[in-house]
Design a protein around this ligand. Structure first.
Ligand code: CO
Length: 277
């Protein structure tokens, strides 16, 4: 048996994002020392951009086929996405395709951050534990997720509802989908908050956090918050960098590896029975 872990993120061309991913990979290696850790990026556009800049990256399918060629037998693919949306679906499809094209014999996929109701509860606790310590009691917090029109968006809503039970000044918005910053602004000002902490609800820092969230352009979230007369304090740290969130992904990875180990046990039993015969 040759065991591997493939961490599959959307992708990032930002040095901050790369640093965060490497940090997470180190944590993963420390936690699961008997498996080699590799990366794949699920966004083809990001991979093309990186390739143009001379950086080669693997898609999930390519990475798995390569691992198959290198005789890996058991591989856990861990999604580093926030929600079970389009990126996650294509990750699962690519895993199937790899299995049919020379990939490792046994592959298990680890769920994204916010899959089960229990994940949402844990993520809400993680967020509450990782709020900026300088935040005053009457200051608002806005978390910017990517968002989607896919049904996976329900995960953001579940998180927002759970957080609202503990803190009425925490808001979850998304770049795409229904909960844009324009929709949130009236509710934020209604709380009486004069200052807004702006946090990315994205696994790693990239263009969305640096430009769409905290950028200088007039339509960035920070510009729009300031235009509404509020003080905006962006924090550039991806969720994978917070221990509380990382722990949820690690838990999902442990489950995926558990599935592989169960398969391995089954095989050993089958082989043993066969040899007995
Ligand atoms: Co995007």
């Amino acid at each position: 048996m040759k065991k591997g872990i493939l961490l599959a993120a959307f992708g990032s061309a930002s040095p901050l994002g790369e640093k965060a991913l490497n940090g997470f990979a180190e944590t993963v290696s420390g936690r699961f020392p008997d498996a080699r850790v590799r990366f794949a990026f699920t966004s083809d556009r990001m991979r093309t951009r990186l390739a143009a800049a001379g950086k080669k990256t693997d898609s999930v399918k390519k990475a798995l086929c390569r691992m198959g060629f290198e005789r890996y037998t058991h591989v856990a693919v861990q999604s580093l996405h926030l929600i079970p949306g389009l990126e996650y679906e294509s990750l699962v499809e690519e895993t199937r395709a790899a299995q049919a094209h020379g990939g490792p014999k046994h592959i298990a996929v680890g769920k994204p951050l916010l899959q089960e109701p229990e994940d949402v509860r844990l993520a809400a606790n993680a967020l509450l534990a990782h709020l900026p310590p300088e935040r005053g009691p009457d200051e608002a917090v806005v978390c910017m997720g990517h968002g989607t029109w896919h049904t996976g968006a329900a995960s953001y809503e579940a998180l927002a509802r759970t957080l609202a039970l503990s803190d009425k000044r925490i808001f979850i918005g998304t770049l795409e989908g229904e909960h844009s910053i324009d929709c949130l602004l009236p509710a934020i000002t209604a709380t009486g908050a004069k200052t807004v902490w702006l946090l990315p609800l994205l696994s790693i820092i990239g263009k969305h956090a640096e430009q769409d969230m905290a950028g200088m352009s007039p339509d960035s979230w920070s510009s729009r918050i300031r235009k509404a007369g509020l003080v905006c304090k962006p924090v550039l740290q991806g969720t994978v960098e917070y221990a509380g969130f990382a722990e949820i992904w690690l838990m999902h990875l442990a489950t995926a590896l558990g599935v592989l180990t169960a398969k391995q046990l089954l095989e050993t039993t089958v082989t043993a029975t066969e040899s007995e015969v």
